[in-house]
Design a protein around this ligand. Structure first.
Ligand code: SAM
Ligand code: SF4
Length: 369
């Protein structure tokens, strides 16, 4: 059973207190930490290495999904949002520290003007092997080709219902369903190898569509990833009772389709399954709440406001933007990132093990998932 509340701070095991407030400054961290590691890697105190950077490029969004956005979001002042040059500089520094993969998210990344220019800049960063993007798909029909031409490697489209009316209700939109479907189609047509679909499942809402999504995966050669509902909704109404477990989702799919689980890759959020009948579609389960994989988590997150967040559940944020804007050297920023990342907490897995209460930390649209 999941709980609802979170502990506000913890110890890293190094006698270092987490800074329990947002926008921790470089100076505060320097004062509070032991000398940095000799390795040129982003390592935390549990020995986990950051290899994937999740970049939220904007907090703005053209949707109002009920499990993510508040009714009346207050957007960041544009001056507070990192520029493409600043984002690329941080990406370059993290790549020197061992990051190889980047995912662009938001808010809605495609509402950020000229996003394809940022893609071009990021794929050119030495050491970066792949740049992906997660989108609600509303602008994908127009953007798929320039993104592909800009060097984007893969696209994930979030679709939470295959029934247009319900889709519009969940996302707070009108007339978007078929546009998003066209965007999905276009992404395939322009040659993205495997287009993925993310579906957040909530009990009493779209759980009756699990088999319809499985059929989509089976018949349309799509990778459908079911995500457990996390306590990061803008309206703070998340309730453990509304989380449908990944295990239950698989059980329901297996009533109709025989599935073969695939070996999970190191650091992967999803466990994938193939269809036993040889269909090339795939089912993914992101059991962030009932079976999280914190022990080999390899992600680091940068918010649109320039705060680095080591873990989705971490309350502490580390202000990289101030360093960027006050002329810090690459070495200073690198040092700051390594020291901050060292403070990454063990994660939700250990919170659940210890029966700690989970509570809303920040809405998902501010961090990008
Ligand atoms: N706007 C884009 C989209 O919807 O794909 C990217 C940003 S969105 C925050 C990133 C992912 O987080 C999406 O797949 C979305 O469905 C998922 N998400 C949002 N709120 C969530 C929640 N409370 N629990 C689980 N996943 C959530
Ligand atoms: Fe926007 Fe994505 Fe959040 Fe929906 S899930 S409100 S599309 S950021």
């Amino acid at each position: 059973m999941l709980r609802s509340a979170v502990s506000r701070s913890s110890s890293t095991g190094h006698g270092i207190s987490l800074i329990p407030w947002k926008r921790a400054t470089f100076d505060a961290i320097c004062l509070s930490l032991s000398p940095h590691s000799e390795d040129d890697l982003l390592l935390d105190s549990f020995g986990r290495q950051a290899r994937k950077l999740r970049l939220s490029v904007t907090d703005r969004c053209n949707f109002r999904c009920d499990f993510c956005m508040p009714g009346n979001p207050v957007w960041l002042d544009p001056k507070e949002v990192l520029t493409f040059e600043e984002i690329t500089r941080v990406a370059t520094i993290t790549a020197r520290l061992g990051v190889t993969n980047i995912r662009l998210s938001g808010g809605e990344p495609l509402v950020r003007k000229d996003i394809e220019r940022l893609v071009k800049m990021l794929v050119a960063v030495p050491g970066i092997k792949a740049v992906g993007l997660t989108t609600n798909g509303a602008l994908l029909k127009e953007k798929a080709r320039p993104l592909k031409e800009g060097g984007l490697h893969c696209v994930t489209v979030s679709i939470h219902s295959l029934k247009p009316d319900r889709y519009h209700e969940i996302t707070g939109t009108k007339d978007m369903f078929w546009r998003v479907m066209q965007g999905l189609e276009e992404a395939r047509d322009v040659g993205f190898e495997r287009v993925k679909v993310n579906c957040v499942v909530t009990k009493g809402c779209n759980e009756d569509e699990i088999l319809d999504f499985a059929k989509l995966a089976h018949d349309a050669d799509v990778s459908v990833r079911f995500i457990e509902y996390m306590p990061f909704d803008g309206s703070k109404v998340w309730d453990a009772e509304r989380v449908l477990s990944g295990e239950e989702i698989i059980r329901r799919i297996e009533e109709k389709y025989e599935l073969v689980p695939l070996e999970r890759q190191h650091g992967a959020t999803a466990v994938h399954h193939k269809f036993a009948d040889g269909s090339s579609g795939e089912i993914g389960i992101i059991a962030s709440m009932t079976k999280p994989f914190c022990s080999d988590c390899d992600r680091i997150r940068l918010k649109a406001d320039g705060n680095m967040v080591p873990c989705l559940f971490s309350i502490a944020e580390y202000d990289v933007k101030s360093l960027l804007r006050r002329g810090a050297s690459d070495d200073d920023i690198s040092d700051f990132l390594r020291r901050s990342f060292m403070l990454k907490s063990k994660g939700v897995e250990s919170m659940l093990e210890q029966n700690l209460e989970l509570k809303h930390v920040r809405p998902m649209y501010t961090i990008g998932g």
